[in-house]
Design a protein. Structure first.
Length: 232
C-alpha cells in the first residue's frame, strides 16, 4: 500500500510542477502509469501575498493549516508544500497539523549534503532569501550559504511575482537569473538552490553556471519515496 500524498499549494505554477513530477515519475518506481494517490488544495494566492506583505506569519500558518485539514479529510496520509516562501510559518503550524509533513528546505539540504556540496547560493522571493528557512536547515548540517545582493534579491523577486507565477517565461528573466548565479560562482559557491518553485521552469543544469538544486522536484521525489516506503 502506498501512502496518499497531500499537496498544500500556494502558487499555481509551483504546485502544478510538483503534482506533475509526482505523477510522471511514479511510473519508474511503481510501473506503467502508476503513481501514489495525490490530493491538492490551495486557497487564492492573493490571501498568502496579503499576509506576507504585512509580515503576518500567523495568517500564513492559518492558511496552510486550513489546507492541511482539508487534505486530511480527503484521506492524505502526509503533507508537502511546494512553496519555499511560506515555510517561514512552518513552526507555527507543525504542532497543530493533523498530518506529518516533509519540509522542503530539509529535503534540499539533505540532497546538497548527499552530492557533496559545501557552499550554496540561495535564490527565491525577497521574503524567502531574507528569512531563515534555508540558513537554519543548512546550518544544522554544516553547509555554508550565500544570499544574493539586495539589488539581485529585489530584481529576481519581481520576476518571480510579476512573471513566473503567471506562467510568463521571458529571455531577459533567464539572463537575469543567470547573472545572479554567475555572481554566486564568483563568491565560491559550488551549487545554487532554486528556492522558489517556479525558478526551475526557466533555470536548470543546462543553462546555469552552477549545478542546481531544484526544490520543487526534489520535494516531489522525496514525497514519492516516502509514499512507497523507501524512507520508512
Amino acid at each position: 500500500m502506498t501512502l496518499h500524498i497531500g499537496i498544500v499549494g500556494c502558487s499555481a505554477e509551483g504546485a502544478a510542477l510538483c503534482y506533475r513530477t509526482i505523477c510522471s515519475e511514479g511510473a519508474a518506481l511503481l510501473g506503467p502509469h502508476a503513481h501514489p494517490e495525490v490530493s491538492l488544495h490551495t486557497p487564492s494566492l492573493a490571501e498568502y501575498v496579503a499576509c506576507l506583505d504585512h509580515g503576518d506569519l500567523v495568517g500564513v500558518a492559518d492558511l496552510m493549516l486550513a489546507s492541511a485539514h482539508k487534505l486530511a479529510s480527503a484521506g492524505a496520509d502526509f503533507l508537502i508544500c511546494p512553496d519555499n516562501t511560506i515555510h517561514q510559518a512552518f513552526s507555527l503550524l507543525a504542532g497543530r497539523s493533523p498530518r506529518p509533513w516533509l519540509h522542503i528546505a530539509e529535503v534540499v539540504a539533505a540532497e546538497a549534503q548527499r552530492r557533496g556540496y559545501h557552499r550554496l547560493g540561495l535564490t527565491g522571493t525577497a521574503w524567502l532569501v531574507d528569512s531563515e528557512v534555508y540558513p537554519e536547515a543548512l546550518d544544522r548540517i554544516g553547509l555554508e550559504w550565500r544570499r544574493p545582493s539586495a539589488a539581485n534579491r529585489d530584481l529576481t523577486s519581481r520576476i518571480i511575482m510579476d512573471e513566473l507565477v503567471y506562467g510568463k517565461f521571458g529571455r531577459d528573466s533567464v539572463l537575469t537569473f543567470q547573472r545572479v548565479i554567475d555572481d554566486f560562482k564568483i563568491q565560491g559557491c559550488d551549487a545554487v538552490i532554486l528556492g522558489c518553485t517556479e525558478i526551475p521552469l526557466i533555470i536548470d543544469d543546462d543553462n546555469s553556471a552552477l549545478p542546481t538544486l531544484d526544490s520543487t522536484r526534489l520535494l516531489a521525489r522525496a514525497a514519492l519515496r516516502h509514499a512507497i516506503g523507501e524512507d520508512r
